[in-house]
Write a protein that binds this ligand. Structure first.
Ligand code: ZN
Length: 315
């Protein structure tokens, strides 16, 4: 294709995509369940939100649950418009076969209460692109869902997806890639600083002395935010383990054993079990902490060396 004809094709695509703006994406959608206390309770438990507004005779649903009441669940959506299907097919045809949700924005007009039955319509608000992204070049499709109860608007939910043509950069590189680096943040920086000094540090609550691992900003036992650390002595046992066969991960060499190690201090840590063939790792196996640098330029990692418990008849 010459340069000018490819430009023309992309202009034509842009025009066809723009024509979808304002067209319905969902018509006459109805929530599968009314707003209800069990779903509110599960949500609040999952998020650890003990807000008093969400229980009792005058309970309201957390505002951010707005989308929950409109979701199709495993049995799928109903009411998706032909226009929306056409839009997705057009993007597929243009090579934008991958999709990723990018963000959502919600507005709340009034609280929802148990018993409310939501209805909703959704329109294609905008189709923007082509945009070059790290994932590949594609189009941002924003839909706006208007949610109502008995005809009264209760909120809007804007949802944006990127439909894109996967770039070659997202294909597995041919060279074995480096291992993923640990995510170091302000809550666990002290742990990684300890690892650098060959110390495995466990947090200890200054309020109730409870040990905790992995590192967290607060104590699960008493809620206290003050802590110091104790250094693990390095002895542990395999509390549980899995052997990873699949999927293969670049820079890792399956099969290998991932252990849940119970430290002598009583807390547990997920780590590699080394020094023992993957199929000889056993629950209860004693292990000993050591530090290994797997790749140049990466931090050392705590791992646990096991000793095969001799098979029956072993020497
Ligand atoms: Zn505590």
């Amino acid at each position: 294709m010459s340069h000018s004809s490819s430009n023309r094709a992309s202009r034509q695509l842009a025009e066809r995509l723009a024509a979808f703006e304002g067209r319905p994406a969902v018509v006459g959608g109805v929530g599968k369940d009314p707003v209800n206390e069990p779903m509110i309770r599960h949500w609040c438990e999952a998020l650890g939100d003990a807000g008093p507004a969400y229980t009792g005779p005058h309970a309201v649903a957390p505002a951010a649950m707005l989308q929950v009441w409109t979701m199709g669940g495993l049995s799928g959506h109903s009411g998706r418009s032909a226009a929306y299907e056409e839009l997705l097919a057009l993007l597929d045809g243009a090579g934008c076969t991958s999709v990723v949700a990018t963000d959502c924005e919600q507005e709340y007009l009034r609280p929802l209460r148990p018993g409310d039955r939501v209805a909703f319509d959704s329109v294609v608000e905008s189709v923007v692109g082509p945009k070059a992204t790290k994932l590949g070049t594609g189009y941002f499709v924003t839909t706006r869902m208007d949610v109502r109860v008995d005809g009264e608007p209760v909120g809007t939910h804007r949802f944006r997806i990127l439909k894109y043509a996967p770039s070659r950069a997202t294909e597995p590189p041919e060279q074995p890639s480096t291992r993923p680096r640990p995510v170091v943040n302000r809550d666990n920086a002290g742990f990684w600083a300890g690892v650098e000094r060959h110390q495995l540090l466990i947090q200890r609550c200054l309020g109730c002395r409870t040990l905790r691992f992995p590192w967290l900003p607060g104590c699960n036992a008493c809620g206290g935010g003050d802590w110091d650390t104790v250094e693990a002595c390095g002895d542990g046992t395999v509390f549980s383990y899995v052997v990873l066969h699949h999927p293969p991960f670049p820079a890792f060499d399956p099969p290998y054993a991932v252990g849940l190690i119970e430290l002598a201090e009583g807390v547990r840590i997920v780590s590699n079990v080394v020094g023992v063939p993957y199929d000889k790792v056993r629950i209860g196996m004693p292990v000993r902490l050591e530090f290994v640098r797997y790749e140049e330029g990466q931090s050392e990692l705590p791992v646990f060396r096991g000793e095969s418990v001799g098979e029956a008849g072993g020497v």
